[in-house]
Design a protein around this ligand. Structure first.
Ligand code: HEC
Length: 256
């Protein structure tokens, strides 16, 4: 009887999780990002790409330049010279952005949201990684592009020059392929060989990964310390266990 109840529970939990995952990705399968907050080289590249390609529209205003520089091992002068667009800003400033949200709404249909926490609010780093890689050509959209995990997105594909133009050959690749949950066709994206970008797809994926890694760091800058602290806590508990056991033996010695 217990086993049956356990099986039912496991089933319900797995249904819940798979529907949550589907809701987050709009049914499109998400690629795993496997972010690594200890990979400083990747985080530094991510910060560089972020400041060059994203910070013009998006703020990360819950984060300071100084903290990013210190956490990522970037000297303050290099940070100010290369990674801070606003030349009047000081190293201790929050990473604001000068775009007027009202004007942005007119240009893009939606103001670019703050990205400090984006890797946590939208389906996690996997969602973000997939988002950056699944812009595809769609002439019906104002900027000529759409996105697989953010349908009808207002953001233009700002990395188009690097990635090249992706086409959605929905139905052409395997017309019978369907998502088991939603029943939607699974479509394949391929780069148009006539309109390639300046990066190979492996290089582009690496860049999308670095950007995702950086934004995942930004959403939880303490992550590395938290994990290390966790190890110390367990070590302490292990040592403490020995003393607790010895003490227990001492207390109970006369009772037994
Ligand atoms: C030209 C301005 C512009 C640039 C540059 C830009 N974005 Fe955006 N972005 C937008 C707009 C506008 C939206 C809102 C789209 C909407 O809601 O339809 C958006 C939305 C997003 C979202 C979805 C956030 C959410 O919570 O809905 C993410 C993630 C994102 N951008 C990441 C990036 C990254 C990473 C870069 C740099 C590679 C970047 N953006 C560069 C304009 C921009």
């Amino acid at each position: 009887m217990k086993r049956i109840i356990l099986t039912i529970k496991l089933f319900l939990v797995s249904v819940l999780f798979s529907s949550l995952a589907a809701a987050a990705g709009g049914g499109y399968p998400l690629d795993e990002a496997n972010v690594d907050p200890s990979d400083q080289a990747s985080l530094q590249r991510g910060a560089k790409y972020y400041q060059n390609f994203c910070a013009g529209c998006h703020a990360t205003q819950y984060q300071r330049y100084e903290r990013v520089a210190d956490d990522l091992g970037i000297p303050h002068d290099l940070m100010m010279e290369n990674l801070v667009l606003d030349k009047s800003a000081k190293i201790g400033n929050l990473m604001h952005n000068s775009m007027d949200p009202k004007e942005a709404k007119v240009w893009f249909g939606a103001a670019p949201p703050d990205l400090t926490l984006v890797s946590r609010v939208k389906g996690g780093p996997d969602w973000l990684y997939t988002y950056l890689r699944t812009f595809y050509e769609d002439p019906s959209r104002p900027y000529g592009v759409n996105n697989k995990v953010f349908p009808d997105v207002g953001m233009p594909h700002v990395l188009l020059e690097l990635q090249g133009v992706q086409i959605d050959n929905c139905g052409d690749t395997d017309p019978t392929a369907r998502d088991p949950l939603t029943g939607d066709k699974i479509c394949g994206l391929t780069i148009d060989p006539e309109r390639k970008g300046s990066m190979t797809s492996a290089e582009y994926d690496q860049m999308a990964y670095d950007l995702t890694n950086f934004l995942a760091y930004s959403a939880e800058p303490m992550q590395e310390q938290r994990k290390q602290l966790g190890i110390y806590v367990f070590l302490f508990l292990a040592v403490f266990l020995v003393f607790a056991y010895l003490l227990k033996r001492e207390f109970w010695k006369d009772v037994h």
